[in-house]
Write a protein that binds this ligand. Structure first.
Ligand SMILES: Cc1cc2nc3c(=O)[nH]c(=O)nc-3n(C[C@H](O)[C@H](O)[C@H](O)COP(=O)(O)OP(=O)(O)OC[C@H]3O[C@@H](n4cnc5c(N)ncnc54)[C@H](O)[C@@H]3O)c2cc1C
Length: 568
């Protein structure tokens, strides 16, 4: 069965979790009125099903290829991408002054969810362009914005993010790519970046590479990094793509999944003629990059939602057809996997849309919402991608042996999503960010405000209240703990907190679905919403209590063996 965009569910979560109507009450987002939201949610769902979903398999089997120094996308991708641009789907949240529609990012997230549910590898391309737009909007000069944003806002040109080098992965500060002054205000870039998603392709007339590099005499580590814009084709006097810049893909990585996403080794300045321009101030690269990454991290969390949804849909269709001692959908253990998959997908969606809603409120000047979004970003990135991995594994298991055979597509979903816990800051790095910058950084203020809201709204959910009490106590311990002890418990604490926040949003949906059902009578969607949210609250929320021991065990047990004895 091919992917069906979950439009009713998306609309429900937009209304009751993200609070889209409240956002539309602000003049800046007035265009996001109800009919427009319906048109976007329904329209992108149909587009994704018609244009992106049919390319899912060919993207995997043919994949992107490097031919004569240029990446060739699999058949059909360039046409589908053109249709995406022509239909204006790239413009939703892009700035109005550069051809965008200026709508809430939350709505752009719904669009990305449907595109990625249909074809995760393909949707990574627009996801990266969003990051490039963000960096230019916040850090670009007026000229840079006027030159590049009109092309990026429509998706006519795409963006890429260039951080990683062989010796600089999580430790971005170890990067060695250099930028030297060209004497005319431009910079000459030299170095090799690895793992660059959509670092090259043949779908658009230009690509805007955002590159982190080190200027002469820059201080070591992250303090000495600056951000540069390097177009694949330099612009001529009219601002159109002209001569090829000195940047080229020298290899494509052979990957476990997302074969349609070209993961490039990019070489800059082989002929000492790679020309770029600085974005933002000298040595301001990390700040600018974080602007890109924060939004991108929420979008990668969204990939977990996409995969969990697509995998569970596929598993449900298979389970209804497959007969083994009766339809397998009736076996309790298969039921467990299907219910769990649905509950995880819905919880991750609620958490992610909620965070996007806070991001939009923050952009309207609501500082508490901005702080909440910052707190939630590592939770969304790590928990939603873990959910994606778990739900695709469950989906594969429901298929039995056929899940392990490529024809069903269950294996592809499982292979594709696995990267999401790794790129855009590994989930381990997210956990460190959560307990460090986000919790200890403000002494727990943002978390305490969130906990107060959860307690005020969901007092009658006993298991959830018990989990919230535990999260509060362990967070307090973590803030006061020694650095190693804090980091040792960071991942389990992140997961507990993410489940508590998701549980809160599931409890709200449960309450609303119950009330609406009482009003409207029989409705399959509301009945399913009630049952699935209840399952999350009654089964998955209590399960997270089991992480409490690991969350505050400290580092002692982890270092009981030294580095050598660990392998003995
Ligand atoms: C398919 C794919 C696409 C990618 N796309 C891009 C892209 O478009 N642009 C780009 O710049 N990069 C991209 N990357 C690179 C990606 O962001 C890195 O792989 C990732 O940041 C991890 O770096 P690393 O692979 O060097 O792992 P390492 O940093 O070596 O990490 C190895 C392990 O150690 C852990 N670890 C490392 N440091 C710490 C620490 N301080 N605390 C706790 N744990 C730690 C990690 O969590 C991980 O488990 C991509 C990678 C892949 C595979």
């Amino acid at each position: 069965m091919s992917y069906q965009a979950p439009t009713r569910e998306q609309r429900f979560v937009l209304d009751h979790v993200a609070g889209i109507a409240e956002l539309a009450a602000d003049p800046r987002f007035a265009a996001a009125e109800s009919d427009m939201v319906d048109a976007i949610v329904g329209g992108i769902g149909q587009f994704a099903q018609a244009q992106f979903a049919p390319l899912y398999r060919v993207g995997d089997t043919v994949g992107a290829r490097l031919v004569d120094g240029q990446v060739r996308m699999p058949p059909g991708f360039a046409d589908a991408y053109r249709a995406y641009v022509d239909n204006g789907w790239g413009t939703l949240s892009a700035p109005v002054e550069y051809g965008g529609q200026g709508l809430p990012v939350t709505l752009a997230a719904v669009a990305l969810e449907s595109l990625g549910g249909a074809n995760m590898a393909f949707s990574l391309c627009p996801t990266l362009t969003v990051g490039a737009i963000e960096a230019l909007v916040h850090h670009g000069s007026a000229r840079q914005q006027a030159t590049f944003l009109p092309h990026l806002s429509t998706g006519a040109w795409t963006g890429s993010m260039n951080l990683t080098e062989p010796q600089a992965g999580s430790d971005v500060g170890a990067l060695r790519t250099t930028a030297t002054p060209g004497g005319d205000g431009t910079w000459k870039i030299k170095g090799t970046k690895i793992f660059i998603s959509f670092g090259d392709h043949d779908m658009t007339p230009n690509i805007v590479h955002l590159v982190l590099a080190r200027t002469p005499d820059a201080p070591p580590g992250t303090k000495g990094i600056s951000l540069f814009l390097v177009p694949k084709y330099r612009l001529d006097a009219d601002g159109d793509p002209g001569a090829l810049n000195d940047v080229r893909p020298v290899a494509l990585e052979h990957k476990m999944g997302i074969h349609a996403s070209p993961t490039c080794v990019l070489s800059f300045g082989d002929h000492d003629d790679c020309i770029g321009e600085m974005i933002g101030p000298l040595h301001g690269g990390m700040r600018a990059m974080f602007t890109m990454m924060n939004n991108a991290r929420l979008n990668i969390g969204l990939q977990g939602v996409q995969a969990a949804e697509a995998a569970t849909q596929k598993a449900l269709a298979f389970a209804a057809e497959r007969i083994q001692s009766g339809p397998i959908i009736r076996h309790p253990d298969v039921r467990r996997m299907l219910m769990r998959g649905r509950a995880l997908a819905q919880a991750a969606r609620a958490l992610t849309y909620y965070a996007f809603g806070q991001l939009d409120r923050g952009s309207l000047g609501d500082e508490a919402a901005a702080a909440r979004c910052a707190l939630l970003t590592p939770l969304v990135k790590a928990y939603a991608t873990d959910v994606g991995t778990e739900a695709t594994s469950l989906g594969l298991q429901v298929h039995g042996g056929m899940g392990y055979i490529e024809e069903t597509g269950a294996a592809q979903l499982y292979r594709d999503i696995r990267i999401a816990a790794i790129y855009e800051g590994t989930n381990g790095i997210q956990a460190a960010d959560f307990v460090g910058r986000k919790l200890a950084g403000d002494g727990g203020a943002a978390l305490n405000a969130l906990i107060a809201d959860i307690r005020a709204e969901a007092t009658d959910e006993a298991a959830l209240m018990a989990l919230v009490d535990k999260v509060e106590a362990i967070a307090r311990w973590s803030i006061a703990a020694d650095g190693q002890d804090r980091l040792a418990g960071s991942y389990p604490l992140l997961t507990m907190t993410a489940v508590a926040v998701s549980g809160w949003l599931m409890a709200r949906q449960h309450r609303i679905a119950t009330a609406q059902r009482a009003d409207t009578g029989e409705d399959a969607f509301l009945r399913a919403k009630q049952a699935v949210t209840r399952y999350y609250l009654d089964v998955i929320v209590p399960e997270a209590m089991g992480l409490a021991v690991a969350a505050r065990a400290g580092a002692g047990a982890l270092y009981a063996l030294d580095d050598t004895d660990l392998a003995a």
